[in-house]
Design a protein around this ligand. Sequence first.
Ligand SMILES: [Zn+2]
Length: 458
Amino acid sequence: MSILIRNGTLILPDGPRQADLRTEGGVITQIGPGLPAGDSQVLDASGKLVFPGFIDTHTHFEMNKGQPNETADNWASGTRSALCGGTTTVLDFAEPVRGASLQSALDEWHARADGKAACNYSFHMTIKDWTPAIRAELPAMTAQGITSYKVYMAYPIGISDVEIYEALQAIGAEGGVCGCHCENGPLADARIARLLAEGRTGPDAHPEARPVQIEAEAVVRYLTIAELAGVPVNIVHLSAARSLEAVRAARARGQKLYVETCPQYLLLDDGVYHLPGFESAKYIFAPPARPAGNQEALWQGLADGTVDTIGTDHCSFTTAVKALGRDDFSKIPGGLPGTEDRGILLYTYGVASGRITPHRMMELLSANPARLFGMYPQKGALQVNSDADIVIYDPNKTGRICAAVNHSACDYDPYEGMETVGGVDAVLLNGVPAVENGEPLGGPGGRFVPRGPSQFWR
Ligand SMILES: [Zn+2]
């Protein structure tokens, strides 16, 4: 199948250009002005922006499978939702049962996703234990296309500073990159216990249990460990201005590091913890939404290059599942949906608001994730021989975020009612039309993307 996208504004690696783009056999074969139609199917993109498919660096589909706190989105619905928002590749977190091998988690995640995913996908591997056996598995992970990892400093699955240090060196030797959930877990747990003892059982206590210091201290510590280990690292879901200061200081010393933030930290402030009834439970996630002012600092970080990628941390607990913590905020499952909203929110509150350019949006959503996670330029670029994962974005639409219209199986959307500018008109996945007028066309067309070493670009 050959498709010719005509008259669009292509967001190319070196900047926007008015041109045509042809795909054939799942890859981009030609870019240039006035390409002849030949026997290609023609898509008119006049007045529209053409992006390389977006990459969501952070999803949790089918989390807690089989348990009372299972997420609403499985691999089919989660990837369909992602695809309708212009995301053509997701990076989900494979999680071994504690004590089990990395291979067991990789096999399990393949079993869940293969043949079911509506968009392309790969997995980060979560390290919950650091043992000689786990360490010995890393080359086999590399051989199977898994080159990114995640460790936690919080929750019962956090590992020690020394274990993180050793894991970073081993992952670095494989050419991989490790992300970290940076929060001081023991301090957060102590604050939770004190708040509960004071009778503070509602969701309004959540941001007090995990204030910015809980994150900023862990960011400094993680970067210090990485500096000593001598390897580049990634910080996932960075939420606070104070953490950005630590990032800038480390970079000024010459450290190589990469930063992800999420739409919830750009668009929500801690006012969401003072909603009537149990509404605030929807906004229980960690780190929490921050006091006003932090959001603008993060937008500045997107514009000036401090922040490199935007993931959603899509983790779609329904309101019924959130009610498990009705009497104890620390038992409210932490997470929120949003994989479908990421591109449109970034366009609306970033590009249309004049904070970033369409080219910067492309870097944040496509090129940088592809580089950091070893997929560039197969993914993340509109150029000849790259995969034909393409988003045609219509900047002339207006609307509102609406859970009832979106494709996630979750019963709410944390951005419900927010005004939007533009929308995803069409998506090509591996060269095949997969979304038309914002609606999914087909079934499970997603493929596993085996990845190479990280390409650290600065
Ligand atoms: Zn996460």
